[in-house]
Design a binder for this molecule. Structure first.
Ligand code: PSU
Ligand code: MN
Length: 304
């Protein structure tokens, strides 16, 4: 039975039962996406922002094999500051559970667990996507398949150019995943507001977004939706600086033979090093911005 694998914090369970807004948050961003102690600080602040904007935060991870929705301080600390926490995507779930291990959930795994718990809105920094040269490497994040199949809306700051943004958008189109721009016609590129790629639909309010989501799911169109929420102007990076840093990081990853699930964490930490920490500051701020939008979206969705 599902309930023997899943533990939902009472506050979250209560909110879900009453149809109150809840926002799911992932944990790979804590364990593999940012360094300690900034990761823990970010994780706590994101939860505070979700609350401030009218929703209950639900950070998700696997603890001793239990799919856990809602973490306490000690659990956040464990994820953010210990060795041996595995990066958990869809394929890892059965083994991390069976072996009673600790896993930090990617966008894909967080969507799965959020859907099990009944959470419809999820905020993160960036999702995985189609990597550059995927034509040869086949490196396409399992996040994209999850978006095709699991009914959770993901608010992110677009796709960063460690990925092939164009191919990522093509893949999502094939899979029938709507990609919308919040207050923009352009799909944002994570560290920058512009990417050079257009979105399918521009949406200018949370209500409009909530209505589209309700319509999608009412019609039985399974799968998620990607909300591209551009980084606030004041935290945006210089387009050339960040792209040069990414190119340098990609060359280094190639030289070192980094691939598979190590690729994204390696590139993020390398880019941070090259930009002398600037990319991390932008990354943190865009997550806060997404948490705010996700909370408002969850609130509007709960009113429909
Ligand atoms: N992008 C970020 N920070 C992250 C990730 C992506 O800026 O921490 C994480 C997310 O958890 C995402 C995962 O789901 O990386 C994708 O990994 P992969 O490409 O191996 O599927
Ligand atoms: Mn991959």
């Amino acid at each position: 039975m599902l309930s023997s694998y899943l533990k939902v914090k009472p506050e979250i369970e209560e909110a879900l039962k009453k149809g109150k807004p809840v926002v799911a948050l992932e944990s790979t961003i804590i364990s593999h996406g940012m360094p300690y102690p900034e990761n823990i600080k970010m994780a706590k602040e994101v939860e505070r922002i979700v609350r401030e904007n009218g929703a209950v935060p639900a950070t998700i991870a696997i603890l001793n094999g239990v799919l856990t929705v809602g973490l306490n301080e000690e659990e956040l600390e464990l994820l953010g500051n210990s060795e041996g926490v595995l990066k958990a995507s869809r394929r890892d779930l059965p083994f991390i559970v069976a072996k009673e291990l600790n896993g930090a959930t990617t966008v894909a795994a967080t969507m799965i667990i959020a859907a099990m718990a009944g959470i419809k809105v999820f905020a993160t920094g960036g999702t995985g996507g189609v990597h550059r040269h995927a034509q040869e490497t086949f490196d396409i994040s399992a996040d994209l398949q999850e978006l095709a199949n699991t009914n959770v809306a993901v608010v992110c700051a677009g796709a960063k150019s460690i990925l092939d943004i164009g191919l990522t958008l093509e893949y999502l189109e094939t899979q029938g995943v709507p990609v919308v721009g919040f207050g923009t016609d352009e799909f944002p590129a994570f560290y920058t507001r512009k990417s050079g790629f257009k979105v399918d639909y521009r949406v200018d309010s949370e209500v409009e977004l909530a209505k589209a989501l309700k319509a999608k799911w009412d019609m039985g169109l399974k799968g998620g939706l990607v909300v591209g929420n551009p980084i606030p102007y004041e935290y945006e990076m210089n387009y050339d600086d960040i792209n040069n840093a990414i190119t340098e990081a990609l060359v280094e990853a190639d030289k070192k033979g980094i691939k598979g699930k190590e690729a994204t964490p390696f590139l993020l930490s390398k880019v941070k090093e090259i930009t002398k920490g600037k990319s991390l500051e932008s990354n943190i701020q865009l997550v806060y911005n997404n948490a705010k939008l996700a909370a408002k979206l969850a609130l509007e969705l709960s009113r429909l």
